[in-house]
Design a protein around this ligand. Structure first.
Ligand code: SAM
Length: 317
């Protein structure tokens, strides 16, 4: 049986956990974006999956929600965890907890800790946990994934779906180092996100497009694949697998235009105006620019990266 069954939460010695740095200016901007545009994600996913989907043979590409859930399943598979073990997993940047709920269903004896910097998301996510009675096993919390409230070497796995992009720098080192600290030896970190493949110069028009995209999604620095890989190695991760899965994600991206049109029609019908606040406007411009980034395949791509914390897994009979 796996060793870990004890609680992993602890009071950080490095920082008073009640003083989460969610008031730092860049975190404040991200939080403001998610609080203003957050409800609009309901137009994308009834379950509030705030990410793109994953298509594989057997899944109907016209069923967006199935592909969104499949992304959760794919991440779960890459964590390579025993189905029925009493695991402790962390969702780093959990949104309203859709992936955390999926992970809890995948591991009926496991506990999933979801971290987000948005108190609104925690509140709404806990409501979404209720129908399945998941609040005991899906613990959604306000917190910063670069200073996590977990003890060293206490987690069986952690993952970040379209949230690692918000970590500082293009190598995302603060997130990677913190994940390495909290994982048990042999446990995995899985990251799904858009990455630049290199930092070679680009045309002015593309520079402007990416600048606008980063404004829309409040991403300060997009991740750069070689820098991210180096940060994983420097932090002590091994068995690093980098999969470019743009073609798996593309069928869900195809749903963006119809979702935007549906959203706008509803909005105009309800509000009788096209005026809306900056974050809500950006929230539907962002995915459209995301399609352009997706077409810029030599430079940008959607990747799933899996890395293992060095060391031998510990087992207890
Ligand atoms: C695009 S949403 C993805 C949500 C979720 N992973 C999903 O796929 O449904 C990005 C999430 O990252 C979170 N986030 C951004 N910076 C963070 C940080 N420093 N610590 C924890 N969460 C963060 C946001 O609050 C938001 O919940």
């Amino acid at each position: 049986m796996n060793l870990q069954a004890a609680p992993v939460l602890y009071k950080s010695t490095r920082q008073n956990p009640n003083e989460w740095q969610t008031d730092l200016p860049h975190l404040k901007a991200i939080r403001e974006y998610y609080e203003q545009a957050g409800p609009d994600y309901g137009a994308w996913s009834s379950q509030f999956n705030m990410h793109f989907g994953y298509w594989r043979a057997g899944i109907n590409p016209f069923k967006l929600e199935s592909m969104l859930e499949e992304m959760n399943q794919q991440i779960g598979q890459r964590l390579q965890l025993e189905t029925n073990a009493p695991l402790q997993i962390a969702d780093l940047g959990c949104g309203l907890g859709a992936s955390a709920r999926s992970m809890a269903r995948q591991h009926p004896n496991g506990k999933v800790y979801g971290l987000t910097i948005s108190p609104w998301q925690v509140q709404q996510g806990r409501k979404l946990n209720l129908p399945e009675g998941l609040n005991d096993r899906v613990k959604l919390m306000v917190g910063d994934y670069t200073i996590m409230p977990f003890a060293d070497g206490s987690l069986d796995g952690c993952y970040a779906i379209e949230s690692a992009c918000y970590a500082p720098g293009n190598d995302k080192a603060p997130l990677i180092q913190e994940a390495e600290r909290v994982l048990k030896p042999g446990a995995k970190l899985v990251v799904a996100d858009g990455f630049f493949k290199h930092d070679k110069p680009q045309s002015n028009i593309m520079k402007r497009m990416y600048r606008r995209l980063s404004e829309c999604w409040v991403v300060r620095d997009f991740a750069l694949l070689p820098a991210f890989r180096k940060a994983l190695i420097d932090a002590g991760f091994t068995n690093i697998t980098i999969e470019e899965v743009g073609y798996r994600v593309a069928p869900s991206v195809m749903h963006v235009p119809a979702t935007v049109v549906k959203f706008l029609a509803n909005y105009i019908w309800k509000e009788r105006t096209l005026k809306m606040n900056r974050h809500r406007r950006n929230n539907f411009i962002g995915p459209i620019l995301g399609i352009l980034a997706g077409l810029d395949r030599r430079r940008f791509g959607y990747h799933i990266i899996t890395a293992t914390k060095a060391g031998e897994p510990k087992f207890m009979m």
